[in-house]
Design a protein around this ligand. Structure first.
Ligand SMILES: NC(=O)c1ccc[n+]([C@@H]2O[C@H](COP(=O)([O-])OP(=O)(O)OC[C@H]3O[C@@H](n4cnc5c(N)ncnc54)[C@H](OP(=O)(O)O)[C@@H]3O)[C@@H](O)[C@H]2O)c1
Length: 258
């Protein structure tokens, strides 16, 4: 689909990657870009039409789909990361928050906007996933589970909406230079670079974006994950647990061969 003249909605458009997505859409000539955010006042990027939206609030999601009936490109960007392990987190709260936001919130948006996109000629959905959709890492374990669920959701929604001509794009990325990855001291992709790759894919009708080398390597290694991906992760985790090295606050560690 062409971005020029399209009407887009970006969730989490108040900061980080969401701002980069919105900015790139405006730059490419989108006729209107709804900038959705929990705090309306935080949507400050020029050229956006601000919309109040918490993606975990089903009533609000339904209302926004009604109010923004001209949308032909939905960018499900909003997400949370709590850096929680499965067995060490004190309660299930963090895992539930990640699942509620990254999986159920995205699912809720896809369901609400599917008929809107159909009415507007099919259009496209972009789901912001992660390299963590592909494998589990103790440093962000429950986040990875929610992104794996969102990956499965993305593949399913693509199948279900194929008949109405909706392009469904899965975006997987490693570290991006935003608040979410602020604690990581590794090289990070710029949000602008990710946004450009994603909208190039949308315009080319491409269903998957693997935004960086590490993400491409992990995906390529999936059929041999127990040999290539998990052993170095295990080694790093064991060292962190035994105090041989500082436990990083993020999945800043070896991820398979590179
Ligand atoms: N940064 C990375 O290294 C990286 C790598 C791979 C994938 N990602 C994914 O990229 C997406 C954007 O993340 P980011 O890096 O830009 O992180 P960020 O700077 O932490 O921004 C997260 C955005 O999501 C919004 N959000 C969270 N919960 C929400 C909810 N219930 N309803 C509506 N909006 C909500 C936040 O709004 P508030 O300001 O109201 O909190 C904020 O706008 C996420 O899906 C993330 O998982 C990030």
């Amino acid at each position: 689909m062409k971005i020029d003249g399209s009407v887009a909605l970006v969730t989490g458009a108040n900061r980080g990657l969401g701002v980069a997505y919105a900015r790139e859409l405006v730059r490419r000539g989108a006729a209107r870009v709804y900038g959705a955010a929990r705090d309306l006042a935080a949507v400050t990027e020029p050229g956006l039409s601000p919309v109040a939206l918490d993606i975990t609030d089903p009533d609000r999601v339904a209302q926004v789909a009604k109010d923004c009936g001209d949308v032909s490109l939905l960018v499900n960007n909003a997400g949370v990361l709590t850096y929680s392990t499965f067995t060490g987190a004190p309660t299930l709260d963090a895992a539930r928050l990640e699942m509620e936001t990254n999986y159920f919130g995205t699912l809720s948006m896809c369901r609400a906007f599917a008929p809107v996109l159909a009415a507007n000629g099919g259009g496209a959905i972009v789901n912001m996933l992660s390299v963590s959709s592909f494998y589990t890492n103790p440093f962000d374990a429950s986040y990875g589970a929610s992104k794996a669920a969102a990956w499965s959701l993305t593949n399913g929604v693509r199948l279900e909406l194929h008949h109405q001509g909706t392009l469904v794009v899965a975006v997987h990325a490693s570290f991006i230079d935003t608040d979410m990855a602020a604690l990581a001291t590794v090289p990070k992709d710029s949000p602008g670079s990710v946004a450009r790759q994603v909208f190039d894919a949308v315009e080319a009708g491409q269903i998957e974006v693997l935004a960086d080398e590490r993400t491409r390597t992990v995906k390529a290694d999936l059929s041999r994950d127990q040999e290539l991906i998990y052993p170095p992760v295990q080694e790093f985790w064991d060292a962190a647990v035994s105090g041989q090295q500082d436990r990083p606050h993020t999945s800043d560690q070896p991820q398979g061969r590179s």
